[in-house]
Write a protein that binds this ligand. Structure first.
Ligand code: GDP
Ligand code: MG
Length: 163
């Protein structure tokens, strides 16, 4: 990839996907990873951490003026770890959003991760970058470039056609 978020709309496009504390606590980490792996995406980075206040606030800085912002930061920094990941592959930014489902679980497709596992917008299990620019920002915020792996899964030619 030419940039930390890869190259937009190519097989090297990258997205920041994070299992939130409720997802970790409810032990659905394996299912979330399995969905992305089986779809054909490549895991480029993964770590478990309890985010600092500073990190959580910066991650959600665009929502700073919203009434739920303090509660959101408190939820993300509650002490249960999040699973921060970078996934790579064709259309991962838009596909990741579809696989995660709508922000409000009432609107999330029942086959999506939120649609399968949650009922409350304030405990909606998982985060996915919503655009190339936010993916770039979020990957840079949560990971050091040295933590991003560069490798070719053996199945790659069976997943992505050249044309
Ligand atoms: P996302 O990109 O689908 O995660 O949604 P947003 O970027 O709009 O909001 C970020 C996160 O803030 C959501 O995933 C929710 O966890 C939380 N959030 C958004 N709207 C609300 C709300 O109305 N109430 C509460 N409690 N949390 C919200
Ligand atoms: Mg968002």
């Amino acid at each position: 990839p030419k940039t930390i978020a890869g190259e937009y709309k190519t097989s090297s496009e990258r997205s920041f996907i994070m299992i939130k504390p409720d997802g970790t606590s409810r032990q659905i980490v394996g299912d979330v990873i399995k969905r992305f792996e089986q779809r054909g995406y490549k895991l480029v980075a993964i770590k478990s951490l309890v985010p600092s206040q500073e990190l959580a606030k910066e991650h959600y800085i665009d929502l700073a003026s919203r009434p739920f912002y303090p509660a959101l930061v408190k939820y993300i920094t509650c002490g249960t770890p999040v699973i921060a990941m970078v996934w790579e592959g064709k259309d991962i930014i838009r596909q990741g959003r579809r696989m995660v489902g709508a922000t409000n679980p009432l609107e999330a497709d029942p086959g999506s991760i939120r649609g399968q596992y949650c009922i409350s917008v304030g405990r909606n299990i998982i985060h996915a970058s919503d655009a190339f620019d936010s993916a770039t920002k979020e990957i840079g915020l949560w990971f050091d470039p040295k933590e991003l792996a560069d490798y070719e899964p053996i199945a790659a030619p069976m997943i992505t056609a050249e044309n």
